[in-house]
Ligand binder design. Structure first.
Ligand code: TYD
Length: 132
């Protein structure tokens, strides 16, 4: 089974333009505690390189694009986030990395918990040990 799980967010557009609404426990599969976004990522910079013990997240590239790598310790998959109407699930215990940010990329992330550094696994060897 693929590690990549998309959710479509159909735009509620009219002739004025488009609008997407994200709602916790509706089109986002958890109660949203936190929203953050990455923007202005410098050329050549990659981010992420961690997994979370408990946190669930959904990421949407609202403008621009970046390449997301997902790794569950068994397999590694990569996809381009380049649509403002498609969210990718970042479940707990999936290692993720973001690469090749376009200069205009705004990556919006919805999270199920408040920020908690103790929920991070930032070392890949530790991640592999914990996943076993
Ligand atoms: P970090 O999670 O390390 O970024 P990356 O996505 O590249 O792994 O976060 C960068 C910094 O921002 C770090 O000092 C922690 C801080 N931070 C918060 O304070 N709150 C948050 O919600 C997030 C995501 C990060």
């Amino acid at each position: 089974m693929s590690l990549v799980c998309w959710t479509n967010f159909p735009p509620l557009g009219d002739d004025r333009g488009s609008l997407v609404a994200l709602e916790g426990e509706k089109n986002v599969p958890f109660a949203i505690q936190r929203v953050y976004y990455l923007f202005g990522t410098k050329s050549g910079v990659s981010r992420g390189f961690h997994a979370h013990k408990k946190l669930q997240q959904v990421a949407v590239c609202v403008t621009g694009k970046c390449r997301m790598v997902l790794d569950d310790g068994q397999k590694r998959e990569e996809v381009w986030l380049d649509s403002s109407t498609k969210g990718i699930a970042l479940p707990a215990m999936v290692w993720h990395e973001m690469h090749d940010f376009s200069p205009d990329c705004v990556l919006l992330v919805l999270a199920s918990e408040y920020y908690d550094e103790s929920d991070y696994i930032r070392n890949y060897e530790d991640f592999l040990r914990l996943i076993k």
